[in-house]
Design a protein around this ligand. Structure first.
Ligand code: NDP
Length: 282
C-alpha cells in the first residue's frame, strides 16, 4: 500500500516556518500584503479565493480581495492591476483565473509588475525559471517539488513523467524537475501509449483535469504519484486525476485529493508573498 503524502501537514509546517520570517519583517515595520483580483462569478474561483483569504488569517499577512463584476472591461481590470502595481501596502497580487472570455488574459497578466507577481505567471518570471534564475515560481509546481521532497526520495537521476503541459502547472513543473536533475518527459493529449510512457516514471505527476483517469496500469510499482487534478465525479464528489483506491495498491507514495497538492499551493502563495515583501529590505 502506498504511503499517503499529507499535503495539509506539509503546508502547516511551511506556514509555521514563514511565521518567523513574517515576525522579522514586522520588526522592520513591514506587514506582507497580498491582494487577489476576482472577476465574475465562477463558483470554483470563489472557493479558491476564500481559501486564500483564510490562509492569510493568523499569519499576520494583510489580505484583500478586489471583486469586480463579470462584465468588467479589459481596460478596467488593467487599471486595477496598475493601481496595485503602485500600492505600497500590497507586496504581491494575482488575478484569479479564468477571466471572463471577453478579456485577453495574457494582456492582463503582462501588466502585472514582475516583482509583485506572486503567481509567477508573468513571462519575465517564467523566463527566469527557464534560465534557472531567482524569482517567484508558480505555486502549484513549487508545492509539488516540496511534496516530493517530503517523501525522502531523491529526485536527481530519476525518470519523471508529467502528464499535462499547461503554462500554470505542467510546463513550469517540468522545468523545476529538470532543475532538480530528473530526466523529464512531458505528456499531453497527443501522447501515444500514455500508460506505457507513464509506467516508466519513478515520479509521476497527473495534471490533466480528468476524473480518476490514471489507473494502476499507468504506475510503476513503488513510484511517487502526485495528483494535481481537482474534478467532480459522476456523484458530484471531489476527486483527482488519479484513481486513488486502485493506484494506492501499487504506488510507493501518493497524494490524496483533497488534502494533497491544494493546501501546498496556498502555502507557496504565502511564501511568494513573504519573499516579495522581504525584497523591500534588500
Ligand atoms: P489544462 O486544462 O490547462 O491542461 C490540461 C493538460 O492535460 C493539457 O496539457 C492537455 O493536453 C492534457 N490532457 C488532457 N486530456 C488528456 C489525455 N486524455 N491524455 C493526456 N493528456 C491530456 O489544466 P491545468 O493544468 O490548469 O489543470 C490540470 C488539473 O489540475 C485541473 O483539474 C485543475 O483543476 C487542477 N489544478 C489544481 C491545482 C491545485 O492547486 N491543486 C492548481 C491548478 C490546477 P493538451 O495540451 O494537448 O490539450
Amino acid at each position: 500500500m502506498a504511503a499517503i503524502i499529507d499535503g495539509s501537514a506539509a503546508a502547516t509546517q511551511t506556514k509555521d516556518e514563514l511565521k518567523q520570517r513574517i515576525s522579522d519583517l514586522a520588526s522592520h515595520g513591514i506587514v506582507p500584503g497580498l491582494c487577489v483580483i476576482l472577476v465574475g462569478n465562477n463558483p470554483a474561483s470563489h472557493v479558491y479565493v476564500k481559501n486564500k483569504e483564510k490562509a492569510c488569517q493568523n499569519m499576520n499577512i494583510y489580505s484583500q480581495v478586489l471583486r469586480m463584476p463579470e462584465e468588467s472591461s479589459e481596460a478596467e481590470i488593467v487599471n486595477k492591476v496598475e493601481e496595485l502595481n503602485r500600492n505600497p501596502k500590497i507586496h504581491g497580487f494575482l488575478v484569479q483565473l479564468p477571466l471572463p472570455s471577453h478579456v485577453n488574459t495574457q494582456r492582463v497578466m503582462n501588466t502585472i509588475l514582475p516583482a509583485k507577481d506572486v503567481d509567477g505567471f508573468h513571462p519575465i518570471n517564467l523566463g527566469h525559471l527557464l534560465m534557472g534564475e531567482a524569482g517567484p515560481v508558480p505555486c502549484t509546481p513549487a508545492g509539488i517539488i516540496h511534496l516530493i521532497k517530503t517523501t525522502g526520495v531523491t529526485i536527481a537521476g530519476k525518470e519523471a513523467v508529467v502528464i499535462g503541459r499547461s503554462n500554470i502547472v505542467g510546463k513550469p513543473l517540468a522545468l523545476l524537475l529538470l532543475r532538480e536533475n530528473a530526466t523529464v518527459t512531458v505528456c499531453h493529449s497527443h501522447t501515444q501509449n500514455l500508460a506505457a510512457v507513464a509506467q516508466r516514471a519513478d515520479i509521476l505527476v497527473a495534471a490533466i483535469g480528468k476524473a480518476r483517469m490514471i489507473k494502476r496500469s499507468f504506475v510503476k510499482p513503488g513510484a511517487v504519484v502526485i495528483d494535481v487534478g481537482i474534478n467532480k465525479d459522476e456523484n458530484n464528489k471531489l476527486c483527482g486525476d488519479v484513481d486513488f483506491t486502485d493506484v494506492s495498491e501499487v504506488a510507493g507514495y501518493l497524494t490524496p485529493v483533497p488534502g494533497g497538492v491544494g493546501p501546498m499551493t496556498i502555502a507557496m502563495l504565502l511564501r511568494n508573498t513573504v519573499e516579495a515583501a522581504r525584497a523591500q529590505l534588500l
